[in-house]
Design a protein around this ligand. Structure first.
Ligand code: ACO
Length: 324
């Protein structure tokens, strides 16, 4: 059976750090409130780097770790909701920035914080079907571009960053065991960013600046429920129990959501990877960034069962299980 084996991981975050203390000078908030309600201490903010730059750097790092030349990649899928342009896609820019071959497939998927797992799901299906042999999957978001930095309800939560993995078509028992993606558009109003395009030959309107809008309390409840369900779905699908999990890598939105998800599964703290305190919520960047850190810290061994789970705007939610 052909499976997608993760043969390399990489990430990139902008160097500029924005601490909670910096936010205290921008909005009516406090370091204590942010830590108590979210677990976040600081986040990275792009200062000159674009979504394409950050995605390409994460991609290059993943290729280096995999020992794979850009010319070997036959598919690039990027999960993002903060691209630099409506088109071309971020994946097309990455193709050009890393020097991948002409004529390969490259496209973006829009699933907010579930973007990386949606992209992984798509790439895995290409590999399993035989349509791709080596795929580059990227999760990247620069929420600093869409957050209202005067709104304390949202601006304390997000940061910028990207992660990437190289998938290789391999026979055997290792690799991605399953992916599960879901959506419920009925809840779209709980988290969205309007697009302020209004050009028309019929009238003359000036576009308004549009920021991300969020109903934090409502999202919190849905996130806790759906992330728990998505984990259970992935375990049941593979006939696994929570005890079989070596490491849970959840989307890093809020420490309380992560803890509730882990508690529901009965997973001890040391089996849950958390870097939310240093990066905040990097949306689609969050899971591959955390994975890359866990790999670099040697926390993942061959044969380990890794569970990924995400939740985001759409609403969307997703999970995946990998035998490393
Ligand atoms: N500093 C100080 N006070 C604040 C701040 C802040 N930064 N933000 C809100 N408050 C105040 C509120 O105004 C409110 O005051 P009030 O009681 O006088 O009205 C009080 O704190 C409590 O506000 P709540 O919204 O009830 O606080 P809560 O404990 O729910 O925490 C939070 C808010 C952190 C946003 C939480 O609801 C959450 O994490 N929700 C999920 C958000 C999320 O994960 N979004 C991303 C989804 S993934 C994606 O696709 C991007």
């Amino acid at each position: 059976m052909i499976r997608s084996l993760i043969i390399g991981t990489g990430s990139h975050v902008p160097p500029r750090v924005l601490k909670n203390q910096d936010l205290e000078k921008m909005v009516d908030t406090s370091d204590e409130w942010i830590i108590a309600r979210t677990g976040i201490k600081e986040r990275r903010i792009a200062d000159g780097e674009t979504t394409n730059d950050i995605a390409a750097k994460a991609a290059k790092n993943a290729l280096k770790a995999a020992g794979v030349s850009p010319k070997e990649i036959d598919l690039i899928v990027a999960g993002t909701v903060t691209p630099d342009m409506l088109f071309p896609s971020t994946a097309c820019f990455v193709q050009s920035h890393i020097g991948a071959s002409r004529g390969i497939a490259a496209f973006d998927v829009s699933a907010a914080c579930s973007g990386f797992l949606y992209a992984l799901d798509a790439a895995d299906k290409y590999i399993r079907s035989g349509a791709s042999k080596k795929a580059l999957v990227i999760g990247v978001d620069l929420f600093s571009k869409i957050v209202d930095w005067k709104d304390r309800n949202t601006c304390v939560l997000f940061g910028d960053g990207a992660g990437a993995v190289v998938l290789s078509a391999e026979k055997g028992k290792r690799g991605i065991l399953s992916t599960h993606i879901h959506a419920d558009g009925h809840y779209w109003k709980t988290l969205y960013t309007p697009l302020s395009l209004c050009s028309s030959p019929l009238h003359d309107k000036t576009p308004e600046r549009s920021y991300m809008k969020m109903q934090g309390n409502e999202l919190f409840k849905v996130a806790v429920r759906t992330m728990g369900e998505a984990c259970q779905e992935a375990l049941d699908h593979n006939g696994l129990r929570a005890e079989d999990i070596s490491l849970l890598i959840p989307h890093q939105a809020n420490m309380r959501i992560i803890k509730a998800t882990a508690e529901r599964l009965g997973l001890p703290e040391e089996k849950v990877y958390i870097n939310l305190d240093r990066y905040g919520n990097t949306s689609a960047g969050s899971i591959p960034l955390a994975l890359d850190e866990a790999v670099k810290k040697d926390m993942i061994k061959k044969g380990d069962i890794i569970l990924f789970v995400a939740f985001g705007g759409g609403l969307t939610w997703a999970s995946a299980i990998v035998r490393w």
